[in-house]
Design a protein. Structure first.
Length: 411
C-alpha cells in the first residue's frame, strides 16, 4: 500500500467541552450593551449540530446572523438569517425561526446547510478532502443596528482521534480507493465498504473519517472514472467489489457492511446476493431494485459476473443474509427511488429490512448532514435535476444519518 497518513484531531471527549464566545467589553456605541455570540461546541465533528445564541440585544430587536466558509477551491459560501430577540434580548437559533434569510423555520443548523457560493456557480460545498486537511472553519457573526458586530470561528472536524488514511491502487491492491481506519485502541465496529454512483471517482471520502471516528473501518471504493479504472460504467465485474470486501474484512471480524448510492446500489445488492458469506448488511441511498444498462447508455451492460453480463431487470435478493436499510426521497426526480425502495422491501420480506422515505427530499437524500448542496447538479451527461428541496434534503440527511449510525452500530 503506497501512501499512508494519520489525522491527529482533538479527542472527541474534549469536543463537547469547548464553547466559542465573542464578547468585547460591556458597552458599545451610545452606551448600548455589546452583542455576545455564544456557540457550543467550538470544535465538533462535521456531522454534529451546534447551538448558537446571541445576547445583549434589546427586547424585540432585530439581528442578522451570518455563516461563511471557504470550499476546497477557495470559493466563499455564505448564509444569513434575520431574527427578532425575545423579551430578554436573546436569540437562540435552536429555538427561534428567522423572519427572513437563507432558510425558514426553526433549524439549529440552517445557517450551515443553506449557504450559497457568492459566485453562484457551484452546486455543492466541497471542503478540502479529509485526508488532505482534517478540518474546515466556519465563521459566524451577528450584526445589529448601532452596535459593534460579534464574530467567532468554529472548527468542523472530519475525525476524532488518530484516523489513518492509506491509498489503494489497482496495480498493488487490485482496487482503487482509500482505506480509512479508526484511531488505535478504538473498539472496532462493522467495517463499511462505501461506493457511489454514476458520478464516478472514489466515493465516501467525507463519510469515511466520520464513520472511522466511531470505530468503523471504511474502504472508499472507486470502480470507474478514476486512475487505473474504466472511464465509464460499463462491464464492471462484480468480482472487483468482492476483492475490495475481502481486503476490508480482516479489519473487522471477517464481514463487511456495504453502502451504495444511486447506481452503486445495484452493485451493493448484487454483491450481497452473490456473497452472503461476506456481506453482513447493506445500506442503499436513492436505491434501485433493478439492474440498469451501462452509463452513459450505449447498449453495453453495467455489470458482469464470472465473465458474463448481469442481465437488466429485477435484482435478485433471495440470498441476501443480513439486514438492508434503504433510504429514499419522495420527490426524487432522477429516478423512481421511492418505488424501487418499496419493491426492495416487498422482495426482501419486511423486517429486519427497512425503508426510510423522506418527504420533500430528492436524489440528494443522503448522506451525512450540514453541508450545503443544491438540487440541480452537473452530471457526466449534462445537468441533472435531483428533485426535492434543499430543506427537505437537509432534514432527510439529519435524520437518515442518525439512523445509519445506529444501524451500523448494532451489527
Amino acid at each position: 500500500m503506497p501512501r499512508s497518513r494519520t489525522s491527529r484531531i482533538l479527542p472527541a471527549a474534549m469536543v463537547g467541552l469547548l464553547v466559542a464566545t465573542m464578547l468585547v467589553g460591556d458597552r458599545g456605541r451610545g452606551g448600548a450593551p455589546r452583542l455576545r455570540l455564544d456557540v457550543a461546541p467550538a470544535v465538533a465533528l462535521a456531522d454534529e449540530p451546534l447551538r448558537l445564541r446571541v445576547s445583549g440585544l434589546a427586547a424585540r430587536e432585530r439581528v442578522v446572523v451570518n455563516a461563511e466558509a471557504l470550499d476546497h477551491a477557495g470559493r466563499l459560501w455564505r448564509a444569513e438569517a434575520t431574527f427578532v430577540a425575545d423579551t430578554n434580548g436573546v436569540v437562540d437559533v435552536s429555538r427561534d425561526a428567522p423572519v427572513d434569510g437563507s432558510y425558514s423555520g426553526v433549524d439549529p443548523m440552517g445557517l450551515f446547510w443553506s449557504m450559497d457560493p457568492l459566485d453562484g456557480e457551484a452546486s455543492y460545498f466541497a471542503p478540502a478532502w479529509p485526508h488532505v486537511q482534517s478540518d474546515f472553519p466556519v465563521r459566524l457573526s451577528a450584526v445589529a443596528d448601532e452596535r459593534e458586530p460579534a464574530a467567532v470561528t468554529v472548527r468542523r472536524d472530519w475525525a476524532a482521534g488518530e484516523v489513518s488514511f492509506t491509498e489503494l491502487t489497482t496495480e498493488v491492491d487490485g482496487v482503487r480507493g482509500l482505506l480509512v481506519l479508526p484511531p488505535p485502541g478504538t473498539p472496532r465496529r462493522a467495517a463499511v465498504l462505501w461506493f457511489g454512483g454514476s458520478e464516478g471517482g472514489v466515493g465516501g471520502l467525507y463519510d469515511a473519517p466520520l464513520l472511522a471516528s466511531r470505530g468503523h473501518p471504511v474502504l472508499c471504493l472507486g470502480y470507474f472514472g478514476a486512475s487505473g479504472l474504466p472511464d465509464s460504467l460499463h462491464d464492471i465485474p462484480l468480482e472487483y467489489f468482492v476483492t475490495a470486501a475481502e481486503l476490508l474484512a480482516p479489519h473487522s471480524g471477517g464481514e463487511v457492511a456495504v453502502t451504495g448510492y444511486s447506481r452503486g446500489t445495484e452493485a451493493a445488492l448484487l454483491l450481497a446476493q452473490e456473497r452472503p458469506d461476506l456481506v453482513r448488511a447493506v445500506v442503499v441511498y436513492a436505491p434501485s431494485s433493478v439492474v440498469h444498462p451501462g452509463y452513459p447508455y450505449s447498449g453495453a451492460p453495467a455489470w458482469t459476473y464470472r465473465g458474463r453480463p448481469v442481465p437488466t431487470g429485477r435484482i435478485p435478493v433471495d440470498r441476501i443474509d443480513g439486514p438492508v436499510l434503504a433510504i429514499a426521497g419522495e420527490e426524487d426526480q432522477l429516478w423512481d427511488a421511492p418505488t424501487y425502495a418499496a419493491e426492495l422491501l416487498l422482495a426482501l420480506g419486511g423486517p429486519p429490512h427497512r425503508v426510510l422515505l423522506y418527504p420533500d427530499a430528492g436524489h440528494g437524500v443522503g448522506t451525512f448532514p450540514y453541508l450545503p448542496s443544491k438540487t440541480v447538479h452537473q452530471g457526466r451527461t449534462g445537468e441533472q435535476t435531483h428533485g426535492g428541496s434543499r430543506a427537505g434534503d437537509a432534514a432527510a440527511r439529519r435524520d437518515g444519518w442518525s439512523e445509519v449510525l445506529n444501524f451500523l452500530a448494532t451489527l
